[in-house]
Design a protein around this ligand. Sequence first.
Ligand SMILES: Cc1cc2nc3c(=O)[nH]c(=O)nc-3n(C[C@H](O)[C@H](O)[C@H](O)COP(=O)(O)O)c2cc1C
Length: 185
Amino acid sequence: MDVNEAIYGRRSVREYTSEAVDEQTIRRLIDAAVHAPSATNAQPWTFTVVRDQGLLDRVSEAAKTHLLADPAGWLSDRQRTRLADPAYHIFHHAPVLILISGTAPAPWVVENCALAAENLMLAAHGVGLGTCWIGYSQGYLNTPEGKDALGLPAEWVPVAPIIVGYPNAVPAPVARREPEVRWVG
Ligand SMILES: Cc1cc2nc3c(=O)[nH]c(=O)nc-3n(C[C@H](O)[C@H](O)[C@H](O)COP(=O)(O)O)c2cc1C
C-alpha cells in the first residue's frame, strides 16, 4: 500500500469481527513497529500480546473503575456516563491487544513507543486490519495491579495499548482542524 493511502486511510476502528488474527500476522505488525526510529537507536520497547478475552474483559472493568475514580479530574460528563455504562468495553471487544511498553523509565521512552505504535497501526491498515490506541487503559496498566494483571515486570512503562482486529465497520474519516503553522524565516 502506498504510504499516503496508509496515512490517510487509517481510522480508529471500534467494531470488530470475531475473526482471530493469526500469530504470523501479529509478528509482522511487531516487525513493522520495531522499524520505527528510536532515540540513540535504543529500541527500548517490549510487546505484550493479549488474546485472552476473559482477561481483556477483566482489565476493561478494572480500568473503568480506575478512571471513574478520576484522580486528575479530567473526565468530561460524557466520558463519565460512557465509562459508567456496564456495556461499555474499553477494548471494543477486539480479538487482540498489543501493549507497547518501554523497558524502563528513561528519556524518550514515550516518544519511542509512540512511534512504534504508529508504524504498527499503519502496517495493520496495510493488511486490512483495524486498530485503535486505547488511552483509557493506560492509567490502570501503569498501576502495580495493572502490570500484575498482564504479567509485566514492575520497571516496564506501558505506553501504547493498541487493539487489533478485522473491522466490522469502517468508520467515516474524522475531520481535522486547520493546523496552526508559524513560518519562521
Ligand atoms: C493517545 C491516544 C489515546 C486514545 N484513546 C482512545 C480510547 O481510549 N478509546 C477510543 O475509542 N479511542 C481512543 N483513541 C482514538 C482517537 O479517538 C482517534 O485517534 C481520533 O478520534 C481520530 O480518529 P482516527 O484515528 O480515526 O483518525 C486514542 C488515540 C490516541 C492517539
